[in-house]
Design a protein around this ligand. Structure first.
Ligand code: AHR
Length: 519
């Protein structure tokens, strides 16, 4: 790669410095410890849990009579694992499911709730045993906030308004009394409210202008009555690069009246190379690895593109870009039920997670919420369950390693990424972010995309004498290494430390992620 193309790649990726390193040299990373960027909102580490396959039933809900240890029907092992990654919010009940969900089916005595259908996901029976109270109990058990998606596609504004009143009012209305009779006298807190889901697709095939008409009505009537906790309303936004929804919603917001408002705009973008998803979750080679990483790095240009449109209408960045569905969407696990979206999770997917989180962190002035799809047993999951057993995926480990970045202050870093080449695909060889955590400690996350070569990072922080780096590294025997119930520890973080001699050098294994605190 010549100097000009390398500089262009740097510019496109927006995270390279001025000098250019030879491919196999160590990479110099510098930062000024006194410089501060935006806060990396902890809500970018959000999760998504849809009524889809075994995402809720078995994955979260086993019922109070189950032999699987549970608290009020919610499995304890999953709760404990999710508490450890400090999940900030959970988006529920969908996805496409949300636009066919009628909340009244999911309240009251569980044995009286109707069985309904889940036509989006395998056409299975939806027992409605996991409903509003069970979800709110679940988020409270894991210490997260609730992100509800209301039904715009097949519901009504009155249905949505009633759900919000049922959840949030402290006044003795009929709905509040019903909530109390169902076991919760105190109002709940709803932190985020999605007004529809993919209204350009499964949520109603609406044009941007049609959606905006619905948005104004729902944003008016789906009110939060819990004065002690404000609620952020999220409008449906773009599908990938198309800016139609971004333009329409932001323009409407700019010209809005007193009668409605929003606080966020959603973006959905999966790492999926072919449709229907054909890339394998295991047993893939380097070319598929590189193709998937290239595809995932598109998140940078997508976020930049939509942020630029948002800036035109909202230069003060009042409206958050909410990337509330992202992650790798791969060919389903052979033999898994149709429509259950079950896929294994490899070291490559761990890199995909880190690279996306880095993009969100770099755009933390605009991207203030994000939700990986999905939390348990579905798509790029944190956790797999098999009856009474539970397994943590490589992606889970990345989310755990990134906990120090929750609400940390972004610190710009300068480095020349170098190049990793596979066939005709050229990718940056490394990626890095830095931040100061809420206790004032300085953290680095370093990713080596090259699956063949280790790389040394020469760390130079002005304004701080760095003597050592301590943390965790996630590497694996192969790029397609996975954790299984038989071998749950194949991909697991290992302690990492480096001491500074004249300078601090951090050596990164091929295809690895390393998160260190600088001392
Ligand atoms: O996450 C699976 C599905 O992908 C969601 O239900 C939908 O919103 C998206 O198309």
């Amino acid at each position: 790669m010549d100097l000009i193309s390398r500089m262009m790649l740097c510019a496109a990726l927006a995270f390279c410095g001025a000098a250019v390193a030879a491919d196999n040299d160590s990479i110099r990373l510098s930062a000024d410890a006194t410089k501060a960027g935006a806060t990396i909102n902890r809500h970018i580490f959000g999760q998504f849990a849809e009524h889809l396959g075994r995402g809720i039933y078995e994955g979260v809900w086993v019922g109070p009579d189950s032999k699987i240890p549970n608290t009020r029907g919610i499995r304890n092992d999953v709760v404990e694992a999710l508490r450890a990654i400090k999940v900030p919010n959970v988006r529920w009940p969908g996805g496409c499911f949300a636009d066919e969900y009628h909340w009244r089916n999911g309240i009251g005595p569980r044995d009286k709730r109707p069985a309904t259908l889940n036509p989006n996901w395998g056409g299975v029976i939806e027992p409605n045993t996991f409903g509003t109270h069970e979800f709110m109990d679940f988020v409270q058990q894991i210490g997260a906030e609730a992100y509800l998606s209301i039904n715009v596609g097949s519901g009504t504004p009155a249905e949505a308004a009633d759900w919000l009143e049922y959840l949030t009012t402290s006044q003795p209305t009929g709905l509040a009394k019903e909530r109390a009779a169902n076991g919760h006298a105190d109002p709940y807190r709803v932190d985020l409210l999605g007004i529809g889901n993919e209204s350009w697709g499964c949520g109603g095939s609406m044009t941007p202008d049609e959606y905006v008409n619905h948005l104004k009505v729902y944003a008016r009537y789906a009110r939060n009555y819990n004065a002690s906790h404000p609620m952020r309303r999220v409008a449906v936004g773009p599908d990938g690069p198309d800016t139609g929804y971004t333009e329409a919603v932001m323009k409407a917001w700019k010209n809005k009246t007193w009668a409605w408002d929003i606080e966020g705009l959603s973006l959905h973008s999966y790492t999926v190379v072919k449709w229907p998803p054909a890339f394998k979750a295991t047993g893939f080679g380097e070319s598929e690895y590189a193709t998937m990483l290239k595809s995932t790095l598109n998140m940078e240009s997508l976020v930049s593109k939509h942020s630029a449109v948002m800036d035109q209408y909202d230069p003060e960045k009042k409206i958050a870009l909410v990337v509330d569905e992202w992650g790798a969407w791969l060919a389903a696990t052979p033999g898994s039920p149709e429509g259950f979206l079950e896929q294994q999770n490899s070291q490559r997917d761990a890199l995909i997670a880190a690279l996306n989180l880095n993009v969100f962190a770099r755009h933390s002035d605009r991207v203030r919420v994000a939700n990986i799809a999905q939390m348990v047993n579905v798509l790029q999951a944190m956790i797999f369950t098999r009856k009474e057993r539970m397994l943590l995926t490589p992606t889970y480990h990345v989310f755990k390693m990134y906990v120090p970045f929750h609400d940390a202050t972004f610190l710009p870093v300068d480095f020349v990424a170098g190049t990793y080449k596979s066939g005709d695909i050229e990718l940056p060889r490394v990626d890095a972010i830095a931040a100061r955590d809420t206790a004032g400690k300085l953290w680095l996350s370093l990713t080596n995309l090259d699956p063949n070569l280790a790389v040394s990072i020469d760390v130079d922080i002005s304004g701080m004498k760095v003597t050592s780096a301590k943390g965790l590294t996630l590497a694996a025997p192969r790029i397609d290494s996975v954790n299984t119930f038989e071998a749950p520890g194949t991909v697991a973080p290992k302690p990492f430390s480096a001491k500074a001699g004249k300078k601090l050098i951090v050596k990164l294994a091929p295809a690895s992620i390393t998160v260190v605190e600088l001392e």
